[in-house]
Design a protein around this ligand. Structure first.
Ligand code: FES
Ligand SMILES: [Fe+2]
Length: 432
């Protein structure tokens, strides 16, 4: 493996950062098992004993609601001989975890509760007083507005410092509810992409690709929108979700990317989600009542398309969508695709989120499917001997940097990728 400084140059990166298993293992160690990683939303485990299993780096973990109502994140490993405590993805374990092998039992915070025939350990190092007989816990667990994160390392920045300005993802999502909260729709889609996780992160703020990759879908939807308008009908909002992908290059270029420290980023540009209909009017009135007109307008008028929490989250807050990456190997990545309900709003407003979820982000969508195809082809290309470098030269030299934040000169700048690789290098060199 080449030194990091030889893999990442300011305007290009070596192809092996997408393909080399040794580099992938180092990413797991220096990034995924070190940074704050999203586990889930607290509404996934509303009751005592509810659990949801989650992967952090290569570690199988359990997010569980404790007796004290606090959320704990434990390694899914029995301290006796290593058996995974939870075989199911989610469920309720009651007041105790019981290992299926020899029936050691554990409290919901992981502490040892019972060892059958415990006298067998008399005179050994094992016993109730030995902390290594309890389930190991994640070093740190914190939540921000109901979104739960864990870090496997004791040292490092707080969750709030890690998220930095990318906190707006969760603020924008929750503030759109008149009660300031969202709840998860309990089932997510899971997609395996046959490509490195970086393809996903780069693509989310790549404003050059939609008009090309998603042209066929966008143009078809736009055509129907026009036909309905000609007939004097109002096209349903979901056509707009799709037709907007075929916006002109000029339009996509006019958005801006804000590239934050640690690789996070924001793509500005709102998608015009305030149609003039009765459902929207009622929703806006509920927001006015909750927050007053000025603040409600501030919340509803935020101009955000995507927020990235590097290296694994893509949040479309205005439509309550969240996608989370769980890397499997250098050339295989799982994404979880979640959506949320704004609390205190009508089903009609919720349906807008559901439409977007199914039409744009689900495995059956024509939009995401095109992206997945590009990334798989990208992976195969980068695994070949057809070239050593990946180019990120677009608009190089014209970004503006203020207080560690890089503002792209145009929406289509590859400043996004340059910023992500700057963060990647710091993580990989151990300086982040
Ligand atoms: S492996 Fe869990 S009780 Fe033995
Ligand atoms: Fe795309």
């Amino acid at each position: 493996m080449l030194p990091i400084s030889e893999l990442v140059e300011p305007d290009r990166v070596h192809h092996t950062v997408y393909t080399d298993p040794e580099i992938f293992d180092r990413e797991i160690e220096n990034i995924w098992e070190k940074a704050w990683i999203y586990c889930g939303h607290e509404s996934q485990i509303p009751n005592r004993g509810d659990f949801y299993t989650v992967q952090i780096g290569k570690q199988p973990m359990i997010m569980v609601r404790g007796k004290d109502n606090n959320i704990h994140v434990l390694y899914n490993r029995c301290p006796h001989r290593g058996t995974q405590l939870c075989g199911a993805r989610s469920g309720n374990t009651g007041s105790t975890f019981v290992c299926s092998y020899h029936a050691w039992t554990f409290n919901l915070d992981g502490r040892i509760k019972g060892i059958p025939m415990a006298h067998g350990y008399d005179g050994t190092r094992m016993g109730y007083d030995n902390p290594s007989c309890s389930v190991k816990t994640a070093a740190r667990v914190e939540a921000y507005r109901g979104f739960v994160f864990a870090s496997l390392k004791h040292d490092g920045e707080t969750l709030e410092d890690f998220l930095g300005e990318a906190r707006i993802a969760f603020d924008d999502m929750c503030d759109r509810s008149p009660v300031g909260e969202v709840e998860v729709v309990p089932v997510c889609h899971r997609v395996i992409q046959h490509s490195n996780w970086k393809f996903f992160m780069e693509n989310q703020l790549d404003a050059l690709h939609p008009s090309v990759t998603h042209q066929s879908t966008g143009i078809a939807a736009g055509r129907i929108e026009q036909e309905l308008k000609k007939k004097g009908e109002t096209p349903p909002l979901y056509y707009h979700y799709l037709s907007t992908f075929a916006s002109s290059f000029e339009k996509w270029d006019s958005v801006q990317t804000v590239n934050l420290p640690l690789g996070h980023g924001i793509l500005t540009g709102y998608m015009g989600l305030r149609p003039d209909d009765q459902d929207t009017k009622e929703y806006v009135q509920a927001m006015y009542k909750a927050y007053g007109e000025e603040r409600a307008e501030e919340y509803l008028g935020r101009s955000i398309h995507h927020v990235l929490v590097y290296p694994y989250l893509s949040v479309q807050s205005s439509l309550q969508q969240l996608r989370c990456l769980r890397p499997i190997s250098a050339n295989k990545t799982m994404s979880e695709i979640w959506h949320f309900r704004l609390k205190g709003v009508s089903t009609a407003i919720y349906r807008r989120s559901l439409w977007y979820y199914n039409l744009v982000n689900s495995p059956s969508t024509m939009v995401n499917a095109d992206d997945l195809e590009n990334w798989a082809r990208g992976q195969r290309g980068l695994e070949s001997d057809g070239g050593d470098w990946v180019s990120f030269h677009r608009n190089y030299g014209s970004d503006t940097i203020e207080d560690g934040v890089t503002y792209s000169s145009t929406g289509m700048s590859e400043g996004v990728m340059r910023s992500q690789f700057s963060a990647w290098s710091k993580y990989m060199e151990g300086s982040s």
